[in-house]
Write a protein that binds this ligand. Structure first.
Ligand code: BGC
Length: 253
């Protein structure tokens, strides 16, 4: 029997994405709805948009919400690439009230990491795995023997006096018009800083930019293994849906 589709959202600084996800198979069913994040991206405007999209994508059951911030017990604690009014907002409670359904709220990179570890490039991996999402910012998700250490936020780690995500995000490449080799060198510096701190066994490199893996993947270097993420741009949606299912499934034992 096919699993019921799970509604998932991935809110970003530039776009809000939504889709109905088969969380067991790890794929979005049908189209991904993509809308510009409202110019006044205050919590109310974004929740209004999510509620409107939910009407376009009928579904039942729990909902996943991936968000680019520290996410603890439903509350956003930071706002690097979104409106500062999110800080201290209980996003989970706001969306639950609007949709009248349970919501799992988690950091976007952690969501992408959950997708990769469950069904993607990190499947079956033990040791320390670090998943990076290279996009508007740099998201990080760390797994130790398959267990997530949430909210690591290492995109903000300073590397030679500058935040990692201001040095090597996918946006930096575009904004600064960097060629692939120059950008890959910047990413390598960030990988070296992460490696010195955490000695991961493997880096899983994700984000929409991995569509261009042939241009930069072979230029990446680290003492850790480097692999391409399998889920690309939909990783956040898929992982958010998986988190929604996990949160609504009674724990055994
Ligand atoms: C945010 C993180 C997020 C990352 C990727 C950073 O600026 O602080 O929470 O995971 O961007 O979106």
């Amino acid at each position: 029997m096919a699993a019921a589709p799970i509604l998932a959202f991935d809110v970003g600084g530039s776009f809000v994405k939504a889709g109905r996800v088969d969380a067991t198979a790890g794929r979005v069913l049908g189209e991904v709805v993509k809308r510009p994040t409202p110019a006044d991206a205050a919590p109310v405007a974004v929740i209004d948009l999510l509620a409107a999209i939910a009407r376009e994508l009928p579904s039942d059951g729990p909902v996943g919400l991936a968000f680019p911030a520290v996410a603890k017990r439903g509350v956003a604690w930071t706002a690097a690439n979104v409106d500062r009014r999110w800080i201290g907002t209980n996003a989970q409670a706001l969306l639950e009230e609007r949709l009248r359904r349970p919501v799992a709220f988690l950091n976007d990179a952690d969501a992408a990491g959950v997708a990769e570890m469950t069904l993607g490039a990190g499947r079956g991996r033990d040791g320390t795995v670090m998943v990076l999402t290279l996009g508007t910012g740099i998201g990080t998700a760390i797994f130790v023997d398959g267990r997530l250490v949430p909210n690591t936020e290492l995109g903000h780690l300073e590397v030679r006096g500058q935040e990692a995500e201001h040095r090597a995000s996918a946006k930096v490449r575009v904004d600064q018009g960097l060629g692939w080799p120059a950008w890959a060198a910047a990413v390598n510096e960030v990988l070296a800083a992460y490696h010195a701190l955490l000695w991961p066994d493997v880096f899983i490199i994700g984000g929409g930019v991995t569509e261009n893996w042939a241009h930069f993947g072979p230029l990446l270097e680290s003492r850790a293994e480097i692999v391409r993420a399998e889920f690309g741009n939909d990783a956040g949606l898929i992982g958010a849906a998986m988190a929604a299912v996990a949160a609504s499934t009674p724990k055994r034992g």
